[in-house]
Design a protein around this ligand. Structure first.
Ligand SMILES: C[S@@+](CC[C@H](N)C(=O)[O-])C[C@H]1O[C@@H](n2cnc3c(N)ncnc32)[C@H](O)[C@@H]1O
Length: 266
């Protein structure tokens, strides 16, 4: 965990430069799945620099309390919007009362937690009975690219504890009693050069990531739509969004009155 805290401490100031953090397509689905409404209380777990809550408040200024929880003080310190309450804490032991939130957002952080089920149980605990969880994760597109994708993302970020696929995510949500209600997968384009420049840790790691892209199987390159543009390689990533409820939505109550007496006239 100390490695992770140090990593995000070093990345905090430049973190928002990563293309995906504010990508309009990724953000549009994120907000849609949160289902913003006046008074809604939202918790962002592993909130980082608060991009999701800032976008949610821009789209719906009448939201209720918005709270950002993260292990990294430096990431939270990047949050400038005073409507967002920041809270240092671990996703596996949330410092939050039971049932307080209407919605929890969790974007690109589940691969870092040590015990995934414990984190999901904690999220479930802090949700109200009708509360929903939005998970946004980069995943492989499917079985065809899973193996190579896992090697690439693990090389890019050795501090990851797992490389979730859609299937693994759904199994974990069901194991922890969430009810999956919507799933969407979209593409978001990334520049390999921008990542290599922004995110290099060592020359050997950079070389290995470059090699893994150059030597990717043809099927992988086709699925991820590799394009070579002015000395750069553009690659599509798969973003998976899951909206899950704490419990099954209640069917709308239907009242049937015998003899059509609903108008009270008879
Ligand atoms: C890739 S960033 C994602 C930030 C943000 N969710 C977003 O979409 O921009 C992952 C964040 O998860 C945080 N994190 C990792 N493990 C955590 C844990 N166990 N508890 C709380 N935060 C954690 C990191 O400090 C980091 O800020």
């Amino acid at each position: 965990m100390l490695d992770l805290i140090q990593h995000f401490k070093e990345r905090a100031a430049s973190y928002d430069q990563a293309e995906w953090v504010h990508d309009p397509g990724v953000m549009a689905v994120t907000l849609d799945f949160l289902g913003l409404a006046a008074g809604q209380r939202i918790l962002d777990v592993g909130a980082g620099t608060g991009a999701v809550l800032a976008a949610a408040l821009a789209a719906c200024p009448s939201l209720g309390p918005c709270v950002a929880v993260d292990l990294s003080r430096e990431m939270l310190a990047q949050i400038r919007d005073s409507r967002i309450l920041t809270c240092g804490g671990d996703a596996e032991a949330l410092p939050i009362l039971d049932g307080f939130f209407d919605a929890v957002a969790c974007r690109q952080s589940l691969h870092y937690v040590e015990d995934l089920d414990q984190c999901l149980r904690e999220i479930r605990r802090v949700l109200a009975a009708t509360g929903i969880l939005l998970v946004g994760q980069m995943t492989p597109f499917g079985e065809a690219d899973e193996e190579w994708w896992k090697v690439i993302v693990k090389t890019r970020q050795p501090l990851r504890r797992r490389c979730l696929t859609l299937h693994e995510l759904l199994v974990a949500l069901m194991r922890t009693d969430f009810v999956v209600v919507r799933i969407v997968q979209i593409r978001a384009t990334e520049s390999l050069n921008a990542w290599l420049e922004r995110y290099q840790r060592s020359a050997s790691q950079v070389e290995e990531v470059r090699r893994l892209h150059l030597e990717a199987p043809a099927a992988y390159k086709e699925l991820h739509r590799f394009r070579h543009v002015e000395g750069d390689t553009l690659v599509d990533n798969c973003w998976t969004f899951v909206r899950a409820g704490k419990s099954l939505p209640q069917p709308k109550a239907a009242v049937y009155l015998a003899g059509g007496a609903a108008d009270g006239a008879r």
